[in-house]
Design a protein around this ligand. Structure first.
Ligand SMILES: [Zn+2]
Length: 293
């Protein structure tokens, strides 16, 4: 089963629901960044959260999620867009902590309990939208839930889940986002709250073969109106040309120094670890474009 996201309505349209299977996407991130288990879960959960937030955007609109906690993982930066494409990295990929007292992977220990969750949305307008809330948990699902409630005033429940195998590879990854629209009845809210307590982790459900539709049905019952099903993937938009433009901004003297001292340059994309090489001929061309002789 390929990665995909479903958007649905429930409770006569008073509940908006999203669920995603992102196993291959997070697997790709783990492979590219060589993250160790706790770091994999922290990056993976942030990516699943960004994919779910990105599902509320239109095609080319994009957003960046920044989790800056006081834990050893350091900053986690993830980009996502309305087409289900996402990329992300964290500062310290080699974090492997003992399981927490509940026997679960210790994402809070990696992320920290103090810091900020920031969401910057580029909606093609003059100014990007930016919202920020303090971390309330460090487990990330609660932090996204709190962000939506406080910064966007949408009562929500966000579940983010990554199952890491003993060899550090990703077994499954996914999540859901349930949002209450104004006018949702007490009965709807009570039923949903009870279902949230009872529902197994998304990663466990995926491991047992459940689809994103199954995950939403377990939370919201059978009367679910599926609106859309769309693909999700790890995708970085970097290129040799993009990094060349960044080199040009360094100016002709700096570029000449790269030619004289290193006889070339290498750029590595933080988001996907792709490497781009520039030889002396490339750099001479870039030096000219930067205004040098
Ligand atoms: Zn890249």
């Amino acid at each position: 089963m390929e990665d995909y996201l479903v958007k649905a309505l429930a409770a006569d349209g008073f509940v908006r629901a999203y669920a995603v299977k992102a196993t291959d996407t997070i697997r790709e991130a783990q492979r590219r960044h060589d993250t160790w288990n706790t770091a994999s879960a922290a990056l993976g959960r942030t990516m699943v959260g960004a994919i779910l937030l990105g599902a509320t955007l239109k095609g080319d609109d994009r957003l960046t999620v920044k989790v800056e906690g006081n834990g050893p993982a350091g900053a986690i930066i993830v980009d996502s867009n309305g087409k289900g494409e996402t990329k992300g990295y964290l500062q310290n990929p080699h974090i492997s902590l003992p399981l927490n007292p509940q026997g679960k992977i210790d994402v809070r220990g990696a992320v920290g309990t103090q810091g900020m969750l920031t969401v910057i949305k580029d909606l093609g307008l003059k100014e990007p939208f930016s919202g920020q809330t303090p971390l309330v948990s460090g487990e990330l699902g609660e932090d996204f839930t709190y962000y939506l409630a406080v910064s966007e005033q949408i009562p929500s429940s966000v579940g983010l889940s990554v199952l890491v195998d003993t060899d550090d590879s990703i077994k499954t990854a996914g999540g859901f986002m349930i949002q209450l629209m104004p006018g949702a009845t007490e009965e709807t809210i009570t039923r949903l709250e009870a279902a949230l307590v009872d529902t197994p982790l998304v990663s466990k459900q995926l491991d047992a073969g459940a689809t994103p539709e199954d995950i939403l049905r377990a939370l919201l019952g059978e009367e679910l109106e599926i609106l859309e099903k769309s693909p999700v993937q790890f995708k970085c938009d970097c290129s040799k040309e993009k990094f060349a433009r960044a080199i040009i901004t360094l100016g002709p003297d700096e570029i000449q120094a790269m030619i004289d001292e290193d006889h070339g340059a290498e750029a590595v994309c933080q988001f996907c670890e792709n490497k781009y090489e520039y030889d002396e001929t490339d750099l001479t061309e870039l030096r000219k474009e930067a205004g040098g002789l």
